[in-house]
Write a new protein. Structure first.
Length: 350
């Protein structure tokens, strides 16, 4: 490629200098040349590349209209005929990360354009697109902008010039779950023993296959006396009153509902339904107590097994819900339950 690499930069409303959260619902638009962090990008590209255009889209708009937003972004991308798409970096911003990942997948699949984005490893966008998209590992905030974007540019040039891409640790991108055979002068047993000895000595070493990381949640202590306890029912199975009066989303929920159980010995299928789009709701809609066991809890209450059933049901949908929204919903519900002096919670899932 003799000419400069033609780069399109995708960013959200904040970095696009449109506004903050109050402008997060803005539809995609494009402008020629760099905007905001694109100025840094232009400097990092140097003589080898140029930012021909910037596409800006609000995080909320993209999250709430993914298929529509993708079509609109595709229409903005195609006429420019870029060689490379650089998205973000999104750091640990969940909606922004998902948008960056989707834009990169879209450009690669529909237009055959090479793409790179950047995210913090815990960004929910990572797990949604890491296999299809090169994601430079970044810090959690924009303090790491220069370093992150420099690595994105370096990897982007390699992709644009069809150069060999090295291992993730060398190139700085998050592992994609793709394994390729390589020739080594040492047997696997020798490499394993060498790594083990380094670990025992406290010396640096690396695993050839990175182990998965899981959240560690410390379990709550057991309830000592259920017979004097107040137990609440919470579900992420999307069970709501008929008609979904609070308009809880069927996926990617941003809110939850609170519904009275006063005077109910069981949940009636004529009054409740599941709006969750991540599983077959047929059996739950036939008998809502299969998801939220009000009938069994009332029996236990009458038999004295528990002190009382908390008079409200808390419900949301868990399918594809962004981590930041999940945490907010969980904190809000937990705060309310603590204020109500609830002793324990039965959380039903799908």
């Amino acid at each position: 490629m003799a000419q400069k690499v033609r780069v399109i930069h995708y960013i959200n409303q904040f970095f696009g200098q449109v506004g903050g959260e109050e402008k997060a619902d803005i539809a995609p638009f494009s402008k020629e040349g760099p905007i905001g962090p694109g100025m840094l990008l232009r400097h990092l590209l140097g003589e080898k590349g140029e930012v021909i255009a910037t596409i800006v889209c609000g995080d909320t708009y993209f999250a709430n209209n993914i298929e529509k937003a993708k079509k609109e972004v595709l229409q903005l991308l195609a006429p420019h005929k870029p060689d490379l798409i650089l998205a973000g970096p999104a750091f640990n911003a969940g909606r922004y990360g998902i948008a960056c990942g989707e834009v990169c997948k879209l450009a690669k699949e529909e237009l055959g354009i090479e793409t790179v984005t950047g995210m913090y490893p815990e960004n929910p966008g990572v797990e949604l697109c890491r296999r299809e998209v090169y994601i430079i590992e970044t810090g959690s905030s924009a303090r790491n902008m220069t370093e992150a974007m420099a690595k994105m540019v370096q990897l982007g040039f390699k992709l644009a010039f069809k150069e060999t891409i090295g291992q993730p640790q060398k190139e700085g991108f998050l592992p994609r779950g793709i394994r390729r055979n390589t020739i080594s002068e040492d047997f696997g047993s020798e490499r394993a023993i060498r790594a083990l000895l380094a670990k025992i000595k406290g010396e640096p070493f690396s695993n050839e296959i990175k182990p998965p990381l899981f959240d560690q949640v410390r379990p709550a202590p057991p309830i000592k006396d259920l017979s004097h306890s107040i137990i609440a029912l919470v579900t992420e199975g999307g069970l709501v009153p008929k008609g979904n009066p609070d308009h809880i989303e069927s996926a990617r929920a941003t809110r939850y509902g609170v519904y009275s159980l006063e005077g109910l010995d069981r949940l009636d299928k004529e009054r409740f339904e599941s709006i969750h789009m991540g599983y077959d709701t047929t059996f739950v809609n036939e008998d809502p107590n299969r998801l939220v066991p009000v009938d069994v809890m009332r029996e236990m209450e009458q038999e004295g097994v528990i002190g009382a059933l908390h008079p409200y049901l808390y419900t949301t949908t868990g399918v594809a819900t962004f981590v930041e929204n999940s945490k907010k919903i969980g904190r809000d519900i937990a705060k309310t339950l603590k204020e109500a002096e609830v002793s324990g919670v039965i959380l039903t899932s799908t």
